[in-house]
Design a binder for this molecule. Structure first.
Ligand SMILES: Nc1ncnc2c1ncn2[C@@H]1O[C@H](COP(=O)(O)OP(=O)(O)O)[C@@H](O)[C@H]1O
Ligand SMILES: O=P(O)(O)OC[C@H]1O[C@](O)(COP(=O)(O)O)[C@@H](O)[C@@H]1O
Length: 315
């Protein structure tokens, strides 16, 4: 059982527009509403593939209640921790050519008691036998930039591996504290972490090795249309396929992570599956999670020890 923690979930709203005219009245051709937030999306994709997962999330207000209903409609097990503030709603505008504009709301302010209740809810799942913890997404104000460090400590007490997908200060804090099984930044998030641009495969590998040196076992770096790189002390793998015109990129990174976690195996197979799940997600509207029939493993190429001189945009 994989337990996910989404400290700042969202009722994701997506509007499809022909072409976005900033500063004008735009009319959408379609609207989508999904339960969102990074850990929730990981759980949704796993459950759609028959992999047991449970999502822990804070819930408040009417959007929070709707989010919980949506999870139940998709048979995604969830522990909803009640909070005083209102669950946020994030907005995505997708243009016909796939250009995606996201506006993420800050979310409610959590109290220390609410933060502790979230960690307690995760710990209950560990006590009940969960074997992996995923902490994912931004942190709401009040949670403290060290929430994922606390999560890693809880998991360590139970001997359970921790997987993280976050950015900014919480990412820096968690990487510095170490003891992580896997992190899944995209290339921009990894560049922000190391404090410089990443232009080539070698730049990404070097940055990932810094993360590994600080105490993380595996770094999975998603590269948008250019696939993903998997870096471990013992080797590097790249996987990707032909570029796709996205219907919505929202949730593609989360599906990638879910694909990696869905089954054990050798690194190349896990990376192929991760990239195939991410590619499937971009061809679905809003934050829809891919189903087994959406996954095309044969469209993904895997290269072991890719040439470090190649520019990311040429992958
Ligand atoms: N335009 C695209 N064409 C093909 N695959 C894509 C495209 N955009 C994203 N993907 C797939 O989705 C994965 C995750 O996308 P990415 O944008 O890196 O994640 P995040 O949402 O975390 O920033 C990529 O590794 C890739 O497999
Ligand atoms: O917690 P953050 O960083 O604000 O991101 C939350 C948003 O990211 C998503 O989880 C999608 O993430 P990805 O596109 O990176 O897979 C949305 O469902 C959600 O609205």
């Amino acid at each position: 059982m994989i337990v996910t923690l989404t400290p700042n979930p969202s009722l994701d709203r997506a509007l499809d527009v022909e072409r976005l005219e900033v500063g004008e009245v735009n009319r959408a051709v379609a609207a989508h509403v999904h339960a969102g937030g990074k850990g929730i999306n990981v759980s949704r994709a796993l459950v759609r593939h028959g992999v047991p997962s449970i999502a822990v999330l804070p819930v408040g207000g009417t959007d929070g209640a709707r989010l919980v209903t949506l999870l139940a409609e998709h048979d995604v097990p969830a522990v909803a921790v009640p909070v005083d503030g209102d669950t946020r709603s994030n907005l995505t505008l997708v243009e016909r050519d796939g250009t995606t504009t996201k506006v993420n709301a800050p979310g409610p302010v959590l109290s220390a008691a609410e933060r502790d209740a979230l960690l307690d809810a995760v710990e209950q799942q560990l006590t009940a036998g969960a074997d992996t913890v995923v902490g994912a997404g931004s942190l709401p104000v009040g949670a403290g930039a060290d929430l994922y460090v606390r999560l890693a400590r809880v998991a360590a007490r139970h001997g359970v591996p921790v997987v993280l997908d976050t950015s900014g200060a919480p990412f820096v804090a968690a990487v510095r504290a170490g003891g992580l099984e896997l992190v899944k930044p995209n290339d921009d998030e990894l560049a922000e972490l190391v404090g410089h641009r990443l232009d080539t495969v070698g730049d990404v590998v070097d940055a990932a090795r810094q993360v590994i040196a600080a105490g993380t076992r595996t770094v999975l770096v998603s590269l948008g249309a250019h696939g993903a790189l998997l870096v471990r002390a013992e080797g590097t793998w790249w996987a990707g396929g032909d570029p796709l015109v996205p219907l919505s990129t929202v949730g593609a990174g989360d599906s990638t992570l879910a694909g990696y976690l869905a089954a054990d195996g050798d690194p190349a197979d896990r990376l192929r599956r991760a990239v195939a799940w991410g590619r499937a997600a971009v061809l679905l509207p809003g934050t829809a999670a891919p189903a087994p029939s959406d996954i095309h493993l044969d469209d993904v190429r895997v290269v072991t020890d890719p040439d470090t001189r190649v520019a990311l945009k040429e992958l």
